[in-house]
Write a protein that binds this ligand. Structure first.
Ligand code: AR6
Length: 197
């Protein structure tokens, strides 16, 4: 049996992956994507992705939660990055987070879909994974970028996330696992629908 699902480690107080069958080799793309409901700051993965704003200096939602959990040093490193354009991604260390790195990406604000919002959202997922791959990272967790304060319709955003991630990882077997970490049951259900599980 393949026992690599995320589970809660009581002693460490974070979510970790279980045993992995190295003999199994490259897996099916669908098996390399996982939906979970919870707080992304609790995940022990190579990188969690932050749905940031262009300043990269923190904010509300998942951005606020990540900065609070990682501590002041994250903000200090972010200051040196001098912001980020919509659809682009930049990486920092994870500091006090169980995750080793944070990949900060800036999702598009939804203005009705006529300002290339879907393309910019695709860019967020692709550029974040590109950065992960370039740095030898194997496990990455995403929040539902742009679906909160930035108002991108969640069903469409989830489909874009799943399509873009599956295309990327099918071409990059070195990315072992991508987690879609949802803060609510409704979003998790939309991801399951998009994944057909
Ligand atoms: N773990 C996982 N998902 C979370 C968490 C968490 N701890 N907290 C919230 N979410 P949002 P956006 C979900 O608003 O729409 C910030 O102020 C949330 O339920 O965080 O890209 C930034 O600085 C929703 O499903 O990001 C920007 O200014 C998803 O994360 C702006 O918000 C994204 O919601 C970015 O807006």
């Amino acid at each position: 049996m393949y026992g690599d699902a995320l589970h809660w480690d009581k002693e460490r107080g974070c979510h970790v992956f279980g045993w992995q069958d190295k003999e199994r080799g490259v897996q099916d793309v669908n098996e390399r994507m996982e939906v979970m409901e919870g707080d992304i700051t609790t995940l022990d993965v190579d990188a969690i992705v932050n749905a940031a704003n262009k300043t990269l200096l923190g904010g509300g939602g998942v951005d606020g939660a990540i900065h609070r959990a990682a501590g002041q040093e994250l903000l200090e490193e972010c200051r040196g990055l001098r912001g980020c354009e919509t659809g682009q991604a930049k990486m920092t260390q994870g500091y006090r987070l169980p995750a080793k790195h944070v990949i900060h990406t800036v999702g598009p604000v939804w203005y009705g879909g006529k300002r290339n919002e879907p393309e910019r959202l695709e860019d967020c997922y692709r550029n974040s994974l590109q950065l992960a791959a370039e740095n030898g990272l194997k496990t990455v967790a995403f929040p539902a970028i742009s679906t909160g304060v930035y108002r991108f319709p969640a069903d469409r955003a989830c489909r874009i996330a799943v399509d873009t991630v599956s295309t990327f990882i099918s071409e990059h077997p070195e990315i072992e696992k991508v987690v879609f970490c949802c803060f609510d049951a409704n979003t998790a259900e939309l991801y399951r629908k998009a994944l057909g599980v």
